[in-house]
Design a protein around this ligand. Structure first.
Ligand SMILES: CC(C)(COP(=O)(O)OP(=O)(O)OC[C@H]1O[C@@H](n2cnc3c(N)ncnc32)[C@H](O)[C@@H]1OP(=O)(O)O)[C@@H](O)C(=O)NCCC(=O)NCCS
Length: 136
């Protein structure tokens, strides 16, 4: 699965933030630190830096959401990270992204920071970014 397919799935997830382009995904995939797990209807992409990882994007096709795919692929990513010796996993999420926030909080992530008015939503509104962390 290359940049085009990731951008297509990101768009199909119904995300309200800006959809990343094919070339942005290709640039991410070119980095040695990138880890991608994907399935037919979903992917999770992260960066591994020593004993820390960052989840950069998770997306599930809107037609396949609310069936546990997001939770399952997140758990697979964490298992992969544990296998690589990662101790902590971080991510950033919009305070307005209720679906993603619930997924992460239920999975044991904790809010450890807030960046005020950090994101521009597609409708032009500004909202806070939350920094979440989980000890693996
Ligand atoms: C966030 C996202 C990845 C969640 O994916 P998902 O596959 O729907 O996640 P899950 O199915 O594991 O859980 C979502 C909900 O479905 C519920 N669910 C899980 N299995 C279910 C089932 N069999 N029947 C009914 N509901 C179910 C979960 O309890 C959860 O409920 P909640 O939203 O009320 O808390 C998805 O909404 C998405 O792609 N969003 C757009 C992209 C995005 O914003 N990414 C995050 C960037 S930080």
């Amino acid at each position: 699965m290359r940049g085009k397919e990731l951008a297509r799935l990101h768009h199909a997830s119904g995300a309200t933030h800006r959809i990343w382009s094919d070339s942005e995904y290709v640039a991410l995939l070119d980095q040695k630190s990138t880890c991608l797990l994907f399935e037919r209807n979903a992917f999770i992409l992260g960066q591994v830096l020593g004993d820390e990882a960052e989840i950069v994007m998770i997306a599930v096709d809107l037609a396949a959401q609310r069936q546990g795919i997001g939770k399952t692929i997140l758990e697979k990513f964490e298992a992969e990270m544990r296998g690589r010796g990662v101790l902590q996993c971080f991510l950033e999420v919009s305070d307005k992204n209720g679906r993603a926030k619930r997924l992460y909080l239920r999975a044991g992530y904790h809010i450890v920071g807030r960046r005020k008015l950090y994101y521009h939503e597609q409708d032009g509104a500004r909202c806070d970014a939350l920094i979440l962390r989980k000890d693996l």
